[in-house]
Design a protein around this ligand. Structure first.
Ligand code: G1P
Length: 294
């Protein structure tokens, strides 16, 4: 097959959101971690906005028990809207939560068996189309957004793409790591992929940072994928097998990445985004300066 067979537009995206969020307990006891707000927008909203900007039209949430509030967030809140209208309040803040009818699908991952398994749970909705994956814990902050930058690269090279970024070598064992080939601008050929390698065995310090464009064939590989790092079915292991038969590139994101799966990353994202907001940035700066002096 020629490379041109792997250039169908990317309109579907999978959001694995079944995780328990234990690192944020007790905050996440009754609230999905994806709904924890960075300033006034839940984490999942940042990922959905990034997806929309990149041309995604169909949103597939891989959820689990206790996660229905995520779907409520993207539904019409009739009573809320009626009351707000009655009181003459603007409904603008709700705009990003609106979905086209039928464009949000949920599938359940009944048992947490790993990211690869979560993605495979979406196979019926993905069908024969290329699709994007967003790990909402990774807040990719930039304009254009990370996925828009990836779609631009996809239009050029097609196939499979992942976003990567450099981390200090001693941190690689927490991530998927690429074996890089030739680079041209922000694009790097991916020669190999390994999930959570030992520091001394890692092929580079370029890590997979939570954004993917994959061809549907990965679903067939996931169907028979054995357990990998941490005893889980790893998406990275099935992606590694795609490299032999399909184009596979990494895109270095031009922007900032916040690891909102950790408390420090979450606080950093909150500070950075609050400081960057036109409506409050200078006030936040004053508050921060005062706090730092006290
Ligand atoms: C997952 C992926 C890993 C990737 C990471 C990014 O790992 O398996 O390849 O580098 O997300 O956050 P997890 O954080 O679920 O252990």
């Amino acid at each position: 097959m020629s490379q041109n067979d792997y250039r169908k537009p990317v309109r579907k995206a999978v959001f694995p959101v079944a995780g328990l969020g234990t690192r944020f307990l007790p905050a996440t006891k009754a609230i999905p971690k994806e709904l924890l707000p960075i300033v006034d927008r839940p984490l999942i909203q940042y990922a959905v906005d990034e997806a929309r900007e990149a041309g995604i039209e169909e949103f597939v949430f891989v959820t689990g028990r206790g996660k229905t509030a995520i779907v409520e967030h993207f539904d019409v809140a009739y009573e809320l809207e009626a009351t707000m209208r009655e009181r003459g309040k603007s409904l603008d803040p709700l705009e990003p939560t609106r979905m086209q009818p039928g464009n949000l699908t949920t599938v359940r991952q009944q048992v947490p068996m790993g990211l690869g398994h979560a993605v495979w749970c979406a196979r019926a909705v993905v069908g024969n189309d290329p699709f994007a994956i967003f790990l909402p814990d990774e807040l990719m902050y930039g304009s254009p957004g990370c996925m828009a930058q990836m779609v631009e690269a996809y239009n050029e090279v097609g196939g499979n793409l992942i976003s990567v970024l450099e981390v200090p070598k001693e941190e690689v064992s927490s991530y998927g790591v690429i074996a890089p080939g030739a680079s041209k601008g922000a694009l790097t050929e991916v020669r190999g992929l390994v999930e959570k390698p030992k520091v001394e065995e890692a092929p580079s310090n370029l890590i997979v940072s939570g954004r993917y464009i994959l061809q549907p064939e990965v679903m067939d590989l996931l169907a028979t994928q054995g357990k990998g790092a941490g005893g889980e079915i790893q998406l990275t292991d099935s992606m590694a097998k795609l490299i032999d038969t399909q184009p596979f590139h990494a895109v270095t994101f031009k922007g900032r990445r916040f690891d909102c799966g950790s408390k420090l990353g979450f606080v950093e994202a909150t500070l950075a985004i609050a400081l960057d907001r036109k409506d409050m940035g200078s006030d936040v700066r004053n508050i921060a300066e005062k706090l730092l002096k006290s």
